[in-house]
Structure formats: C-alpha cells, structure tokens
Design a protein around this ligand. Structure first.
Ligand SMILES: CC(=O)N[C@H]1[C@@H](OP(=O)(O)OP(=O)(O)OC[C@H]2O[C@@H](n3ccc(=O)[nH]c3=O)[C@H](O)[C@@H]2O)O[C@H](CO)[C@@H](O)[C@@H]1O
Ligand SMILES: C=C(OP(=O)(O)O)C(=O)O
Length: 421
C-alpha cells in the first residue's frame, strides 16, 4: 500500500501551477459522448485517478480515448459507440461517472448505468437527476443494481425546478436537454464555475445554452453536436488547498493560474484569519508570517463556502489562535477527518453538523489515514506543520483529485515523499 511520509516544520516558498479542474473535466469528458462528428481534444487535463476511470468508462462504451499525461491532453473520439451500458466495476470506482447518463440518453434515447451508490461523505442519492430525466420524457427503471432510462421518441424540452442546486443533476440535465426538442428551463440550478465550463464546451460543440453560472439555465435543443477542442479551467479547490497550506506553514507562494473570482469565499475567510492575499490576472500570491486567527465557516452551494474546502480549513483551525466553528450543510457525513486530526493532538468536538475546533499550539506527527479525498488533503496539511513524522495511508483517495501533489509540495520546500510498502 502506498503512503505519504511527511516531516513537518518547513515554510513554503516559491511558485506552484494549478492543474485543470477535476470537477470540470469529468463532466466535460462525459459531454464528449454527444459529439456525433469529429473527435474532441481536451487541454489542461489533470493526471488523476478519476480522469483515468472516466476515460476507461468511455473506452468500454466504444469511444477511442488517448490520454497524454505529459502534455495534459485527452483525445476522445465518441463518433461511433458500441454500447450504452456502463458496468458496475467502473461506476463503483467513481460516483461522478453517473454523469454519462444525460449525454447517452440525449444521443441514443437510452442508457443503462450501474447505480453509483453512496460514498464515505454521504448517501448521495441521484433522485434529482432522475426526476429531471423523467420531466424530459424518459422512463426510468431501477433493478438488479442498474438504472435504465429510455426515451424511444426522444426527449422533450420542459421546465424543471431542482429541489436543491445539485451540481451533478444540473450537469446531467443540461446534457440530456442539449438535443431535446424545444426549450428546457432549469431553475434553482447549481452555479459553480464548473457548470459554466461545461456549458462553454457544449456551446462550442453547437449547443444553445444560456444562463450557466446563474440559477436559471435555458437550453434550446439542437439536432446534433460536433466535436471540438477545449481547455479546462484551473482547479479552484487545488488552489485553495495550497493557499491553506501557506496559512498553516507560513511562507510566501505564488499560485499560478488560480482564478480569484472562483475563490471569493476562500479568500475572504483566509483574509479574516490574517493571511495576506494579493490577486492578479495570472494568479494569487499568498503569504503568512504568524499563526492564523480562528474563524467560523459554513459550507453552502456556490457562491457560498465550498464543502470541498471544509476539511482543509478544519486542519488550519486545529493550529489557529482561538476557537472556530465548522458547519457542514452540504454532505451529512463529512467530518471523518476529525478523528484523524485528533490523533495528531487536535482539540475538536462534534455537535451534529458543527465541529468546534479549539486551536492548539502544535500538532504531533503520527500514523493517520485519508478517509476521503479532501480529508486526505487535510491530513497532508496537518503533516506539513506537525512535529516529527506523519504517515498518511489510503492515499488512493488523494490521487483522485490532486495532480502531482508530492512534486508540487516538494517544489515549494516541503519534506514529503511517497513510499510503497
Ligand atoms: C465530480 C463533482 O463535481 N463533484 C462535486 C459535486 O458532487 P455532486 O454533484 O455529487 O454534488 P451535489 O451538488 O449533487 O450534491 C449536494 C447535495 O445534494 C444531495 N443530492 C444530490 C443529487 C440528488 O439527486 N439528490 C440529492 O439529495 C447530495 O446527497 C448532497 O447532499 O458537487 C459537490 C458539492 O459542491 C462537491 O462536493 C463535489 O466535489
Ligand atoms: C467530493 C468530491 O468529489 P466527488 O464528487 O468526485 O466524490 C471532492 O472533489 O471533494
């Protein structure tokens, strides 16, 4: 089993370049399934386990997929597919692969996908995706671990109100509606930058989508989409993770590619904690020369504070000056990092959806595990400031979402390596 070994206590200095966004590239790779003519070439594709998994899902459907890891490009030719069935062994590896249902349904009027199931951070139902498909005229059947959707006469545009601004449901419904007859109006839609990136890609392929990035998205169906090249936006959560790293270790780094517009709540909260942040068009400079101040955070859908930054901020609060409250409203079980942080000497009490984090002067390195992707990032951050050695296991979770983490942190002066034993 691979592990990360970290020796804490090094300030971070230098430059780090942010990779393409995991949560943008995954639905965009799914969207390539809509291209009936011409292949797509995606640029700034991060090398992540999740990208490899969805690429494999597309290969199983019959697409030709070639991932050039060095160039960060992904070639996808989905013009001819051989099946619309996605098997359990791949979908279970990554919930986000369920986002292929919308494009398959739009293009073929049918799709059969293994139930994605829950994951460590919550039960993560897909009822909103399915209600959207049904509103567009699809019939849904669930049985034997699979979800089948059929629309033999094609999908028809309609009005859909999402009970919650689900990111995945917004993406799946946009893609399903792209080739539906007439107009679809999606209300209470998710507004994340990754939704805008998906809509931009679909529009370049010939779709007619307006309003992405607001809570009302209008999609006018078109008969056909054509493959195109596209560059993925930088990963705001990766950028935010490096920002918190400096807040914890001290130092001064420049984060190339980071888009401050996408990081407003993260920047506001770091400012409140006393971290210095300077924004320009090429990136963000972050510096810190004292212990961060305790702050309160509450996760919310975009443009609120991102749940995918909650664990990293909690790691920061464990060594902050004062007591901070962390309230998680998006996922019901996203506090698994608490027990791991406590192993390192953190002082945290959980009360329902809120954690009360009393900052301690220092953490102590020990053996901990990555219980999910961002919890794993939080353990790495804690290890960067802890006394002595921290060993983080179950790092396959971290490899789902951080491109070249070890190399990037070493480049900033951290003492971290990957070992296999
Ligand atoms: C690949 C990807 O983009 N993943 C992101 C996406 O996940 P994902 O798209 O799964 O997140 P959603 O926005 O759908 O989920 C948010 C909440 O809505 C609930 N829900 C969702 C769908 C549904 O049909 N029914 C339902 O009840 C979920 O259980 C959860 O409690 O957005 C999350 C919220 O910002 C992020 O943490 C994930 O990193
Ligand atoms: C929860 C996350 O991702 P996913 O939806 O892919 O599990 C995440 O990126 O933190």
């Amino acid at each position: 089993m691979e592990k990360l070994i970290i020796h804490g206590g090094h300030e971070l200095h230098g430059r780090v370049k942010i990779s393409g966004a995991k949560n943008a590239v995954l639905p965009i790779i799914a969207a390539t399934l809509l291209a009936q003519d011409k292949p797509c070439v995606l640029d700034e594709v991060p090398y992540l386990n999740d990208v490899c998994t969805i690429a494999e899902v597309l290969r199983q459907l019959g697409a030709k997929v070639d991932f050039n890891r060095q160039q960060h490009t992904l070639f996808v030719d989905s013009t001819v597919l051989k099946t619309v069935d996605a098997p359990y062994d791949l979908v279970r590896k990554m919930r986000a692969s369920f986002v292929i249902m919308g494009p398959l349904l739009a293009r073929y009027g049918k799709a059969k996908i293994s139930m994605p199931g829950g994951c460590a951070i919550g039960t993560r139902p897909i009822d909103l995706h399915l209600k959207g498909f049904e509103a567009l005229g699809a019939e849904i059947e669930i049985g034997h671990g699979f979800i089948s959707a059929t629309a033999p006469n094609g999908l028809k545009g309609t009005s859909i109100y999402l009970d919650f601004p689900s990111v995945g449901a917004t993406e799946n419904i946009i893609m399903a509606a792209c080739m539906a007859e007439g107009q679809t109006i999606l209300e209470n839609a998710a507004q994340e930058p990754e939704i805008i990136d998906l809509a931009n890609f679909l529009n370049i392929m010939g779709a007619k989508i307006r309003g992405a990035g607001t809570n009302v998205i209008k999609i006018t169906g078109v008969p056909k989409l054509i493959g195109h090249n596209y560059t993925i936006i930088p990963d705001r959560i990766e950028a935010g993770t490096y920002m918190v790293a400096v807040a914890m270790t001290g130092g001064d780094i420049y984060i190339e590619n980071a888009i401050s517009e996408h990081l407003k709540p993260v920047i506001a909260k770091l400012n409140e904690a006393g971290v210095k942040i300077e924004e320009d068009i090429d990136g963000i400079r972050v510096s810190c020369n004292k212990r961060p101040k305790a702050i309160d955070i509450k996760t919310l859908p975009y443009p609120g504070f991102p749940t995918d930054m909650q664990a990293q901020f909690m790691a920061m609060l464990t060594i902050a000056d004062g007591t901070g409250l962390v309230t998680e409203t998006v996922f019901e079980n996203r506090f698994m990092h608490v027990d791991e942080l406590k192993r390192m000497g953190a002082c945290i009490k959980v009360d329902g959806r809120t954690s009360i984090v009393e900052g301690v002067p220092s953490l102590n390195g020990c053996q901990v595990k990555a219980t999910d992707l961002r919890a794993g990032a939080a353990m790495v951050l804690a290890g960067l400031v802890a006394n002595g050695e921290t060993e983080v296991s179950y790092i396959h979770h971290i490899d789902r979402g951080y491109d070249n983490l070890v190399e990037k942190l070493c480049g900033l002066g951290a003492d971290i390596c990957r070992v296999d034993n």
